[in-house]
Structures are given as structure tokens and as C-alpha cells.
Design a protein around this ligand. Structure first.
Ligand SMILES: Cc1ncc(COP(=O)(O)O)c(C=O)c1O
Length: 433
């Protein structure tokens, strides 16, 4: 498949006050044909039709570079880490810790000790809620989330607030799916201890002006956790420039293995936090009277970790870095513009999420047709999308709908695939007359 030559300006629109470090100008148009060859799963047919995979916000596919890394790990140096004195264990430990350095570089964190491996975004948020939150949030305190959060950035805070007698406040969004910043500013007060906000909305695609938000929160002495699950595959993230206190993401959404994720935290905060789980590898010494814990990041990595997941994630980040996030952002931005235009031409189709600054997501409804029916008919034509509330029920409530159909983009998607999506949606309209 070939991508059409872009006719418009490749740079997605930026909002005022918004900067993404390191994004810069794209160096060259992507050779998507070549990139697609790295993803064997894309070669298959589904229901006799070429697979058009547009469910990337749920999870991305894995390049051969990652697949081979996992295979090699099990064939050649599978071993437990940190504790072995034999060669295989040394190799596994070196690869595991090497990945930590790769993540540090990828996020431009100041120190490798600020990188904690988790099971994913969800676990990263729960870790912060149960350690930092448990220690720092008490009766009468307030935690702010936004109306566009994924359930995993709502429920852990709700549970914490209930337990502590604290209050969960919600920053509203407008009809385009943008945060109403003036309302958010009004919520920030001396009672606010934490703002937990998504960088990019998985249900709407909205890119929040995260730099501006973090600065405003810090001006009021409020700590900020950023849910980066949907930002990390699409744009350069520099945690030092953002100055966020915590940043979390999942490996599987950035071409890495499932079951692995990252929590970045400023070292002083991590150092002040109690451990998350107790067990092997997180201790300095244990007696029945007292246990002494290791320093971060090891304090937060109890038990045998997802070793091959960590190593695979490092390779996935290398893969993305080698393509270049500026190039990825430009390519996906062009597909997003193209898809938005084409879908809007269809009668009865309503895009949910029309913020000026978006990444990777085309969420829509089609008159009275249920999104599950849309998804099923699209699937018969080889087009994989997601239908439902996308673990963001408050977003659906805000737009007074039960669900949307959502096509979401990755680096390997093409203009032809957007055409296939549009054609398949036309078929839905035919079926429902
Ligand atoms: C914005 C956002 N946050 C959090 C999550 C949860 O990620 P995971 O299930 O990998 O922990 C997702 C997953 O879709 C997401 O899109």
C-alpha cells in the first residue's frame, strides 16, 4: 500500500501556550511501505479482506524487532535478574537495566532512578495513589481530575478520596472536547493536593495544553500526575521540560509488549513515598523486627518483574526513536486531517471530539445506529475499530451518548486504509438504509 502525497501543511495545529519539546519539523515523509513490512500481523486477511487495523488506541502491533527480542531472550538468556551470579543472569540484568536507561533517554528524565517499571498505565496510577496519595492526602483535601479521563485515572483517585475523606473534583470540557481551562483554574485551591490529568484523551483525541496546566497547578503548589498512555506513541514527551511530578504510560500502546509500563516520578517525591508492594528485590535487609527498603526505583519493583517485557519495551522505544517522533506526528496528523474530512462528508456521521489540537483518534456516531453494529459491519470488511465507551463513561455522559465507534491511528496506517474505513462506513449506511 502506498500513502498519497500530502497536499497540505503537515504540521498539526498547535494551541497557544503549548510546546512539545524535540518535536521540531519532520525531517522526511515516512516510508510507510517499509515500516509496514516490520509488522507481520498486518499482512493477514480478516474475513477474506486485507486487515485494516485502526484500533491502535487499544493496543498497537509489534514490529519484528520487538518480536525477535522476546524470542531471543527466551532462547538465549532467560534468567532472573539482580540476584544471579551466572552469565545468563548477568546478561538479563544488563538488558533489563539497559532498558531503564533507554526509557530515561526517551523521556529525558534527569536520572534513571526516576524510572519505575510497572504493569502499565493503570498500575502506575494505582501505585501513586496508594503510596504518595496515601501519605499526602487526608480529610478535606481535594484531588482534581478532568471529565475526559480514562477510568484508570478516575477510579484509583475516587477510591483514595473515599478512604481518606477527601473530595474528588472534576474539571469540565466543552462541546468540542476541550478542557475549559478557566474552570480548571477555578478548581485549583489551597485544598488541592493533586491534579491527575490525561495528556491525550483516548475517547476524543484531544491533546491537552499540558505544559500550561502543569505550570498553573504548580503555581498553586499542586502536584501533577500526567496520564501519558495516548500521548507517548504520538509525540515527543520531555518530562524535565513539562516539569510534571509523575508521568505514566503503557508499553503495549507504543509497539512494545503487553504487561509492561512506566512510572516516571521526580526523585525527591519517589524517595519520600512508602513502598507499593513488599517482597523480594525491594529490600535492603529483612529481619522479623524490621525491614529496610532499597532506594527508588527498586523500592517499587517487588518480586520478579516482567523481564522480557522491559527488554522488549526498550527495543520498541529504539524503534520509535529511529523513525522519529516528529515524523510520526506529522504522518499521523496528516491522516487525521484526511480522515476527519472524509468522515465528515458522510451523512449522519457526527465526530465526537473536534478540538483544534488532536492526536490519533476519530470517534464518531452514525445517527441512531449503535456503534457495536458499526464495529461488527466494519469487521466483516476487514476494518478493525473499537466500539463502546472506551473506559471513559463520563465522556459519553458528557455528550449524552452510550458509546462511539472509534478509529485510532498508528505509524503504519495509510491514506488507503482511511479510504477503506470510509467505504466500510458507507456500507453500514447502506445496510441500515
Ligand atoms: C488515556 C488512557 N489512560 C489509561 C489507560 C489504561 O492503560 P492500560 O490498560 O494499559 O493500563 C488507557 C488505555 O486505553 C488510556 O487510553
Amino acid at each position: 500500500m502506498k500513502t498519497k502525497t500530502p497536499k497540505r501543511n503537515l504540521q498539526p495545529r498547535r494551541q497557544s501556550g503549548q510546546r512539545f519539546s524535540g518535536v521540531g519539523k519532520p525531517k522526511k515523509p515516512l516510508n510507510v511501505e517499509k515500516i509496514r513490512k516490520d509488522f507481520p500481523i498486518l499482512e493477514q486477511k480478516v474475513h477474506g479482506k486485507p486487515l485494516v487495523y485502526l484500533d491502535n488506541a487499544a493496543t498497537t502491533h509489534k514490529p519484528v524487532q520487538v518480536i525477535k527480542t522476546l524470542d531471543r531472550y527466551y532462547r538465549e538468556y532467560n534468567s532472573n535478574i539482580h540476584r544471579g551470579i551466572h552469565l545468563l543472569s548477568e546478561k538479563a540484568t544488563a538488558a533489563y537495566e539497559g532498558s531503564r536507561l533507554k526509557v530515561q533517554r526517551f523521556l529525558n528524565a534527569a536520572d534513571f532512578k526516576e524510572i519505575i517499571f510497572t504493569r502499565g498505565t493503570t498500575e502506575g496510577i494505582n501505585l501513586v495513589a496508594q503510596t504518595w496519595g496515601s501519605k499526602n492526602i487526608g480529610p478535606g483535601d481535594e484531588v482534581i481530575v478532568t471529565n475526559m479521563e480514562h477510568h484508570s485515572n478516575i477510579v484509583p483517585w475516587q477510591m483514595l478520596c473515599e478512604e481518606k475523606g477527601a473530595l474528588l473534583k472534576v474539571a469540565p470540557i466543552d462541546d468540542s472536547g476541550e478542557l475549559i481551562l478557566e474552570e480548571l483554574w477555578k478548581l485549583l485551591s489551597v485544598k488541592t493536593k493533586l491534579l491527575a490529568v490525561t495528556h491525550v484523551s483516548n475517547a476524543l483525541g484531544t491533546v491537552n495544553p499540558i505544559l500550561e496546566i502543569i505550570k498553573a497547578a504548580h503555581d498553586k503548589g499542586v502536584k501533577v500526575l500526567v496520564d501519558g498512555a495516548q500521548a507517548i506513541p504520538h509525540m515527543k514527551v520531555d518530562v524535565q521540560e513539562l516539569d510534571c511530578d509523575f508521568y505514566v504510560f503503557s508499553g503495549h500502546k507504543i509497539y512494545g509488549p503487553t504487561g509492561i509500563g512506566v512510572l516516571y516520578g521526580k526523585y525527591a517525591l519517589l524517595d519520600s513515598m512508602p513502598p507499593y508492594q513488599g517482597g523480594g528485590d525491594m529490600i535492603a535487609s529483612v529481619t522479623f523486627e524490621k525491614t529496610l527498603f532499597k532506594k527508588p526505583p527498586y523500592k517499587f519493583e517487588a518480586g520478579t518483574p516482567h523481564i522480557e517485557g522491559v527488554i522488549g519495551l526498550g527495543v520498541a522505544l529504539d524503534y520509535v526513536a529511529q523513525i522519529g517522533l516528529a515524523n510520526i506526528e506529522a504522518h499521523e496528523g496528516e491522516l487525521l486531517l484526511y480522515g476527519t474530512k472524509k468522515l465528515q462528508e458522510l451523512s449522519g456521521l457526527k465526530l465526537i471530539g473536534t478540538a483544534p489540537r488532536k492526536a490519533g483518534v476519530l470517534s464518531f456516531t452514525l445517527g441512531e445506529i449503535h456503534p457495536h453494529d458499526i464495529g461488527t459491519i466494519l469487521d466483516r470488511q476487514g476494518v478493525a475499530i473499537r466500539a463502546g465507551h472506551h473506559c471513559a463513561q463520563p465522556v459519553m455522559d458528557r455528550f449524552h451518548i452510550p458509546a462511539t465507534a472509534r478509529a485510532s491511528l498508528a505509524v503504519y496506517n495509510t491514506h488507503e486504509e482511511i479510504d477503506a474505513l470510509v467505504k466500510a462506513v458507507r456500507r453500514v449506511l447502506e445496510v441500515f438504509g
